[in-house]
Design a protein around this ligand. Structure first.
Ligand SMILES: *Cc1c(COP(=O)(O)O)cnc(C)c1O
Length: 639
């Protein structure tokens, strides 16, 4: 019996704890008795749970290859309901006199399907949209049918943009023109006069409150957008001069995204509500208080004020906001406004899951080293060997330092030609044996030296996976954001290996070596040994917000296949939409190649080879077919 058998069998409960799925999954994801990850769109109704492995076979049967982005429309629906219900509940219990009107900021995931579903599922709550550019406004106007819902226009606006906003108002939309910079008012007044349409005006303010976290540069005094208090007063005076103060209906601020600390949210609401009350005193009708985004997602499940988490629930967020607004307005007798929030991340993060297969694993080899070195061995290699042989718990740091020092020396000697390639190769075997030995010994220490902290990831297995970090989870690379990642099956088996993840871009940044943990950040992820010939699938969760349209064409890996799933309460499900990812020809044309011309050019090359007798015409046909198939194929690793 080995040690793990003695400790008892590995169970799904142990996997739940290891990967933290109950902490970050928000009830939407869980593990089945046979060790597979399930999606539960109806949270408590287990009848409707679907295994990812079932969906993967369905996708395979339809001829789509990994990687695949799965979108669950039910989860979008559920999150919109959850947010609206939470606000309405908080308002009811605190006896708030206004109501809530959420808007979805289009930039967080602009895919047509998302906008279509948000406006469809949001209709029962009059959930609206927020746009920051002309293209977003044009998409929003075509999808939003609900005239009660808000359509909030932020961003820089030219005359064309302004005209569209005004026409929307004329058609009965609650379409707000938010003034972001002082100069915008003149053009708005000019167009409004020309078209004879009164706008709904909002102003975006800068708060002095700032929030922690690395997404949060949009708040505070130095943010690019928004008006400071003297600019606010100037706008109010200008509106009075135009006789249009009655158009001022909304006040907006945006503190930044993913605000982990509820105290920052609270202090911003308090400050903003004070400004709101003053605007009412100035004589503006107002009515809408728009608190922007910032409602965070608990990516690591730790429920703390760490940047990838949040120290509050959605319910607490709603209650705190409503309470804060009421506490400021209480003494001033200003009517309770309609509260608007622009929550994007929370609305869509759960919606998408990235699935991919593991292509290969590279393990650090265990080398057989001799007991003794020959006389002729260069001294530096001998010293390295001594560090390896003489390692004990007491001199662990010293041996580690020696190892690094002599490895560098040996590399220098190789450059100067005093050491052969064979000798260098041998020295590297010693070096890695030393590092493995140190990593093993280190686990026996209560307080291992800080230098040795990163050793696990240095000796971890490398799992080569069929996806591109840059295309599918760009924030993992750009801002070190953590996403929950775990195997989708075999979760009743002990994951014996510790791995890091490498994508197939072959870029040294195309890897993941930081993983979620309740108390810390892990440098490796526990994974299963590959079984001969069996596929091994991993999922990256909570990737619905910000990842899809930030992705780039690094190494010309294009969009992945996308499959949308609709799940019914009885556990049946449909693939409602399948979108083929980019082909090689697609991505090449994005960088201005012409696929037809490529074919022609290559055909000429092949014809030359025929003429020169390197290949025959039959070869040529086969080669051209291979080229053509390659051009039409998926950019990722195909079976
Ligand atoms: C990006 C953005 C949002 C979305 O914020 P989340 O934190 O994702 O909810 C809302 N409002 C504005 C103005 C934004 O720029």
């Amino acid at each position: 019996m080995n040690k793990t058998e003695l400790l008892g069998r590995w169970t799904k409960e142990k996997s739940e704890e290891l990967y933290g799925i109950k902490n970050w999954g928000a009830g939407y994801f869980s593990i089945s008795d046979n060790g597979e990850v399930l999606v539960n769109p109806y949270r408590n109704n287990k009848e409707s749970s679907i295994s990812f492995m079932d969906m993967i076979s369905g996708i395979r049967e339809r001829g789509l290859d990994m990687p695949v982005l799965l979108r669950f429309e039910n989860l979008l629906d559920a999150q919109i309901s959850f947010l609206n219900e939470s606000f309405l509940k908080a308002m009811k219990s605190l006896n708030y006199q206004g109501t809530y009107r959420g808007v979805y900021p289009v930039k967080v995931n602009q895919q047509q399907q998302v906008i279509e579903e948000v406006t469809k599922f949001g209709q029962r709550y009059h959930h609206g949209l927020e746009v920051g550019s002309k293209p977003e406004l044009i998409a929003a106007l075509a999808h939003l049918k609900d005239k009660e819902a808000c359509l909030i226009c932020n961003g820089y606006k030219d005359a064309e943009f302004i005209d569209l906003v005004l026409y929307a108002v004329k058609m009965g939309y609650k379409c707000f023109f938010v003034i972001e910079v002082p100069g915008e008012l003149d053009l708005l007044m000019e167009r409004s006069k020309a078209l004879d349409i009164d706008p709904y005006i909002g102003i975006r303010i800068k708060l002095s409150a700032k929030a922690g976290g690395h997404w949060t540069d949009s708040g505070g005094d130095r943010s690019i957008f928004g008006l400071n208090m003297s600019q606010v007063i100037t706008i109010v005076d200008q509106l009075k001069e135009h006789g249009k103060l009655d158009c001022l209906r909304l006040m907006h601020y945006h503190l930044g995204s993913q605000i982990p600390n509820i105290r920052d949210i609270r202090s911003a609401v308090l400050e903003a509500t004070r400004v709101y009350a003053e605007l009412v005193k100035e004589g503006a009708p107002m009515g809408y208080l728009d608190l922007g985004g910032g409602l965070a997602v608990d990516y690591d499940g730790s429920n703390t004020n760490y940047t990838n988490s949040r120290n509050y629930s959605v319910e607490e967020y709603c209650t705190d906001i409503v309470e804060a607004v009421m506490s400021i307005l209480e003494p001033s007798e200003v009517p309770h406004p309609i509260i608007v929030t622009e929550s994007g991340r929370t609305t869509v993060a759960y919606y998408s899951v990235l699935l991919f297969n593991v292509l290969d694993v590279e393990k650090l080899e265990e080398y057989e080293l001799p007991d003794q070195l020959t006389e002729e061995t260069p001294d530096q290699i001998k010293y390295l060997f001594e560090a390896y042989k003489g390692l004990t718990l007491k001199n662990i740091q010293e041996c580690y330092n020696d190892g690094l020092y002599y490895r560098d020396q040996i590399r220098e000697m190789f450059k100067h030609g005093t050491i052969s390639l064979r000798q260098r190769s041998f020295s590297e075997k010693i070096f890695w044996s030393l590092i493995s030995k140190i990593a093993k010994e280190k686990t026996k220490l209560k307080n291992p030296p800080p230098d040795l902290e990163d050793l696990e990831s240095a000796i971890a297995d490398i799992y080569y996976c069929n996806f591109s970090v840059f295309q599918s989870i760009p924030d993992s690379w750009a801002i070190d954001q953590l996403f929950p990642i775990m195997p989708l099956h075999r979760l009743t088996e002990l994951p014996k290996r510790n791995g890091i993840i490498a994508d197939i871009t072959c870029d040294c940044d195309g890897k993941i070596d930081r993983f979620i943990d309740l108390h810390d950040v892990r440098s490796t992820l526990p994974l299963h040994e590959l079984k001969n010939g069996d596929d091994y699938y991993l999922g990256v969760f909570l990737v619905g917000a910000y990842q899809e349209t930030l992705g780039d064409l690094h190494n010309l890996f294009g969009d992945t296949n996308v499959v949308s799933v609709r799940i019914y309460p009885d556990g049946n499900y449909d693939f409602v939409k399948e979108i083929q990812g980019d082909s090689v020809a697609d991505v090449l044309s994005y960088v201005e190649y012409d696929p037809k011309e490529l074919l022609d050019r290559f055909r000429e090359t092949a014809e030359d080879a025929v003429r020169e007798g390197q290949i025959n015409p039959t070869d040529r046909r086969e080669i051209m077919r291979a080229y053509d198939t390659g051009l039409r194929g998926y950019t990722y690793y195909e079976r």
